[in-house]
Design a protein around this ligand. Structure first.
Ligand code: KG4
Ligand code: ZN
Length: 343
């Protein structure tokens, strides 16, 4: 029969509910919020309102798709943080009330841990990374290289000192007058572009840390300078601009990942988070995997951007340890500085 867990994710602008049966995902419903599209980023107040509208239909849809009744659930899991406060409150409060009504435990989940643990969702190939493995976790709010020693023992080896990789995609899209989220837009434009057309400088950051704010500025200045002589520069060169910035972001990410693998002598390499949906990053990782004889783990597309399946799978491992939460638990919007505090 197995354990049935309802996972709820509402940390940013996607409302998602998933039902798991042990490590199998029976349903994973995501409602994206299109209202942010023309704002160049997520508007927190609009996000929490949309979560309130979406949460009941999304959960109902997931339960229906999983073909189980709410009375069969063993626990309800929700994202405690990091994320936007108003958004987190919607999912957290709903999880608490529903669990209270059903008389079952609630389980809090850390969003970034969940992105990584999505690799333990059962898949056709029946492959999971072996501990310790490295995970490049790249999203709209984070860019980290994490050494995963165990499901809940994770060490951040390096991280961004300013913008996240996803933000670099989002800002590049915005600068070119395109919509949010920028990652899929840049990827689409890149397909017809020359990735060597424009050279953007890569940051010189020590250790395994990253920086993306300089790249954003050089992208902006390059466009500003070119517009002086050609007012149609962006329209005429959009594909090349997109392909060139995408290549630079992928190189910045994978160069550090390569360094981390060598330094820690680890050959189990994974990627996770919204930016891991990027085809150029996925291809580059596969290429590096062949070259360096790594076992490479790339999540299924639906488990890259925010989803509740990753919340349910994380909660499954917590349930096994009886690591339940109190009804008093409050959201957190940011991480404390050390990964061992990623609870
Ligand atoms: O993990 P996620 O859904 O939300 C956060 O936890 O932040 O990541 C969202 C980020 C956005 O910055 C979005 O532009 C980026 O992931 N993203 C992509 C792609 N799809 C989403 N970046 C590059 N290529 C993509 N195909
Ligand atoms: Zn995320």
């Amino acid at each position: 029969m197995g354990l049935y867990i309802l996972g709820i994710e509402s940390s940013c602008d996607d409302t998602s509910a998933a039902v798991s049966n042990d490590t199998h995902i029976l349903a994973n419903t995501v409602a994206n919020q299109d209202i942010h599209r023309n704002f160049g980023g997520v508007v927190p107040e609009l996000a929490s309102r949309a979560h309130q509208q979406n949460i009941i239909p999304v959960i109902e849809h997931a339960l229906k798709q999983a073909n189980i009744s709410k009375n069969q659930l063993h626990a309800i899991a929700f994202t405690r943080g990091p994320g936007l406060l108003g958004s987190l409150l919607v999912g957290g409060s709903f999880a608490k009330s529903m669990a209270l009504a059903l008389g079952i435990p609630i389980i809090e989940v850390d969003h970034m841990q969940a992105h990584i643990l999505a690799h333990f969702i059962s898949n056709e190939k029946k492959t999971v990374p072996l501990f310790p493995f490295l995970c490049l976790t790249v999203s709209g709010g984070h860019t980290q290289i994490v050494k995963v020693n165990d499901h809940f023992d994770m060490e951040i080896l390096g991280q961004t000192i300013d913008d996240a990789a996803g933000e670099a995609f989002d800002k590049a899209s915005k600068i070119m007058g395109e919509t949010y989220p920028g990652g899929p837009v840049i990827q689409r434009l890149s397909q017809k572009g020359n990735s060597d057309a424009i050279r953007f400088p890569k940051p010189d950051i020590p250790d395994l840390n990253f920086s993306f704010s300089g790249l954003k500025t050089s992208f902006l200045y390059h466009i500003r300078d070119q517009l002086k002589s050609n007012p149609h520069y962006v329209e005429e060169n959009k594909n090349d601009l997109a392909a060139s910035i995408q290549k630079t972001i992928v190189e910045i990410l994978t160069e550090k990942l390569k360094q981390a693998a060598q330094l820690h002598n680890i050959d189990q390499i994974a990627i996770a988070g919204g930016v891991s949906a990027n085809a150029a990053l996925r291809d580059k990782l596969k290429e590096l995997g062949k070259k360096h004889q790594w076992d490479v783990f790339i999540p299924r597309f639906e488990y890259t951007t925010d989803n509740a399946a990753m919340i349910a799978i994380t909660a499954y491992f917590k349930y096994l340890k009886k690591d339940y939460s109190s009804l008093k638990v409050a959201p957190y919007t940011r991480h404390k500085s050390h990964p061992r505090e990623m609870k």
